[in-house]
Design a protein around this ligand. Sequence first.
Ligand code: EPZ
Length: 416
Amino acid sequence: MSIWHLAGGRPLRGSVRLQGSKNAVLPVIAASLLCPNETELINCPRLSDVDAAVDILRYLGCAAEQDGDTLHIDTLAPDRCDIPRKLMHRMRSSVIFLGPMLARFGEAQVSVPGGCELGQRPIDLHLKALESLGAEIREEEDSIVCRAGKLRGAEISLTLPSVGATENAMIAACAAEGKSVIYNAAREPEIETLQAYLRALGAEVSGAGSPVICITGFSPRRAAGLRVPPDRIAAATYLACTVCAGGEVRLSDAVSEHLRPVIAAFEKMGCAVSAARDEIHIASHGRPGTPGAVVTRPYPGFPTDAAPLVMAACLRSRGSAVFIENIFESRFRHADEMLRLGADIACRGPLALVTGVETLRGADLASPDLRGGAALVAAALGAEGESRITDAGHIRRGYDRLDENLRALGADIWCE
Ligand code: EPZ
């Protein structure tokens, strides 16, 4: 088990180059299965979720090798179309392999995916979208079997703008005969990255970033490349760590536009945030103010993944903040752990009321999931004394060298 130790109370100073985005690279790795090709992904983060996706590709008979920040993939000769339970359970994004496998092999067998326990997290919208394209789907106890002689273009209306269902539908529709349109599609920046990759593979896709995405054709290419964009949630994490610990930090290779609601929250808290071309600079000293209300919504609304981080930054604020979670039922699992630091948080269902306290004290904490774990790291940086965070393996699923980068900024952090 991975354990992180932190001694709080040291301000952060310096700069960090942001890692590539986990949520952008994972669907791209799955999409590489769509046709026989060699793909090169640069600025690919080193994460255990990327390792999990690579293990799935290798299990299917493909080659994939990460060399530093570059991932080389070769999907010329896969030889199977099932993914065993143990690989599916390592992360939620394993379900995104369903569309490409169906498109490539005409059949796919998987089990329900794993990943962060943020609530029910059904995959009904993924399956409905694939059925609209002509797939026959049989759900047994723990396995899902999909078959399609030939996928046919279709109009797909998502009842909610699910990121994963949009991605699965986009990829599968590339191999469908005729035009497909996805209505009420997710608008996250990761969808635009997937569109860029599918185009590099030879697909005619348009509309990513808007609620309507069209897929009109596909002339497969044998090679494709992509630079993975910076991780907007990692950016929110470093900003929150700076507010919790105090100090001044510059994030390079950042896209501030992707973070508007998060930057607005930190500005409301009285932090000095400036965004230049591909940089974000933050300065925060003493106890911050509060953002008032933080209401999570699909993009371009406030990202649910950043809510635990902004909550950590509110623990020592001068005032109260209300968090309203609209995406996942169990987003606040980290709040109980924050109480051990002496925080004042009252949770009821999708609501959390955080009242700032003067001082936090180091404590033994357990990381409940990826973003909750990162939020505990941020909160512990603002606490007096030492904290110990167990189950920190969750953090490595989505953060590349977070501990090293924080140490370089002056934090007293080490990992067992
Ligand atoms: C993506 O998850 C992200 N993961 C999540 O980030 C992020 O929290 C989420 O989008 C929302 O922004 C990746 O991109 C790998 P959804 P995803 O389908 O695709 C419901 C992180 O920490 N729903 O948009 O799983 C679902 O239950 C992770 O990096 C259905 O009801 O999210 C949820 O309430 C955590 N049926 C809502 O939609 C479905 O078939 C949004 O889920 C699918 C989803």
